[in-house]
Design a protein around this ligand. Structure first.
Ligand SMILES: [Fe+2]
Length: 294
């Protein structure tokens, strides 16, 4: 693997900045015209796709924040607006950061965003979250008071889950909501997960493909469910409304961890008799990619 292309924690010691909280200056003035052009390409592609697909909170955040078509956003300008409304800031980090650093930032309403942008010849290839994923995908939702509180609670919960050895179960909740969540809205399904909303192909796949399952969100069910990091999800979990996240933020997860830890984890494509299935996927996409056994 070409490790010189990795950023932050993924790059090992070479990626560790001097600051103990892993923040670095954004150095907005140092982005090149090519880097701004990569942003512009990604921005336009997503904005053409998202009407009728992204949830209202995302659209609202996008309209009210200084996120423009032609240039990588300035984190200070984003933080000025976020701070006034939901008390959040965006801070620059070199790339991935260790879990405890990530949780500590979230618990203090600081969203760590990758400072770099993907290469122009790798628009759809994202090994690590970059400024497009982090800012276009996550930041609009931080202007929503429900999501603002939920992500902070996730940071606090993450620090606790680390001490309890329960991080895997909590991370599944984050994955299937903040990153890959769908929500019912206006009689249909809408995207609120940053991993989807920042991906052209998955923005279409998650709503239109007959392949994945779409199942009503149930907390313990999600805590048991493994997920894919290398491809589209095989199952999307659907909230009735974003406000349901507030209830999650108030729950004491400790007894849940004990209960779920005694159960077998579920594969990403599982469908259980007790699931409230919205769409039963036919699995064709992932089946077609499986290599035949020798
Ligand atoms: Fe993300």
């Amino acid at each position: 693997m070409d490790t010189t292309a990795l950023h932050g924690w993924a790059a090992g010691e070479a990626g560790r900045p001097a600051s103990p909280d892993w923040t670095i200056p954004q150095h907005w003035e140092r982005y090149t015209p090519e880097e701004h052009a990569t942003w512009a390409t990604l921005y336009r592609r997503q904005m053409a796709l998202l009407p009728g697909r992204a949830c209202a909170a995302f659209v609202d955040g996008m309209q009210r924040l200084p996120i423009e078509p032609d240039r990588i956003p300035n984190f200070e300008a984003l933080s000025d607006v976020l701070m006034r409304h939901t008390g959040w800031q965006v801070v620059a980090v070199p790339g991935l950061v260790p879990d405890d650093v990530f949780f500590e930032h979230l618990a203090n309403r600081r969203f760590p965003a990758g400072q770099f942008i993907r290469r122009a010849d790798q628009l759809d290839y994202l090994q690590e979250p970059d400024v497009f994923h982090d800012v276009f995908g996550h930041v609009p939702m931080l202007l929503n008071p429900v999501m603002a509180d939920f992500i902070q609670a996730y940071g606090v919960g993450g620090l606790r889950a680390q001490r309890l050895g329960a991080l895997e179960m909590l991370a599944r909740v984050y994955w299937y909501t903040v990153e890959f969540g769908l929500v019912r809205e206006d009689g249909g399904l809408r995207i609120f997960g940053a991993g989807i909303v920042s991906s052209a192909a998955e923005s279409v796949f998650c709503l239109d493909s007959p392949s994945p399952n779409r199942i009503a969100f149930a907390l313990e069910r999600v805590m048991r469910t493994r997920y894919r990091i290398d491809d589209f999800q095989q199952t999307y979990f659907v909230l009735d409304r974003l406000e349901d996240l507030l209830r999650l933020a108030e729950i004491d997860f400790t007894p849940l961890y004990e209960r779920v830890a005694r159960l077998e984890p579920l594969p990403p494509d599982a469908v259980l008799p007790e699931d409230d299935v919205i769409t039963r996927g036919d699995g064709r996409y992932h089946r077609a990619k499986m290599t035949p056994m020798a």
